[in-house]
Design a protein around this ligand. Structure first.
Ligand code: TYC
Length: 118
């Protein structure tokens, strides 16, 4: 080989081993069980001013309810004072509450929406 040929790095004698060649591999046990995430229900509250059609639209748009189910939930809220729109993990429930409140504010309606541990 001519003396100016670049040299490749030397191949290690041993392939890389998980124990670095020491002969021991430690597998750590999980210290705690993985629990399913806590769930939160998004609850809409009744008021005297928000139009029924707006509540039905919100239930369809933000909670993916069909017209019949959205109407049923809206009427339940209207008669009983509150109703569950859906059940979600914490971040999703919080986002839904923010989106509903923002939509109500934009439209000038006093609609209130909260989340609570399911
Ligand atoms: N009570 C309202 C009305 O009579 C309708 C309504 C339903 C408002 C549900 C809010 O979360 C609500 N126009």
């Amino acid at each position: 080989m001519p003396s100016d040929t670049p040299k490749l790095p030397a191949t290690p004698a041993q392939p890389a081993l998980p124990d670095g060649g020491e002969g021991t591999v430690v597998v750590e046990r999980q210290s705690s069980k993985v629990e399913p995430p806590r769930l939160y229900q998004v609850v809409m509250l009744n008021d005297d001013y928000t139009p029924m059609e707006f509540v039905v639209m919100v239930l369809q748009q933000y909670f993916h309810r069909d017209l019949e189910t959205a109407t049923h939930i809206m009427l339940k809220i209207h008669h009983e004072g509150r109703g569950v729109c859906g059940v979600y993990t914490k971040d999703i429930a919080a986002t839904k509450v923010e989106l509903v409140l923002a939509a109500a504010r934009r439209a000038g309606h006093p609609l209130q929406c909260i989340m609570e541990a399911a």
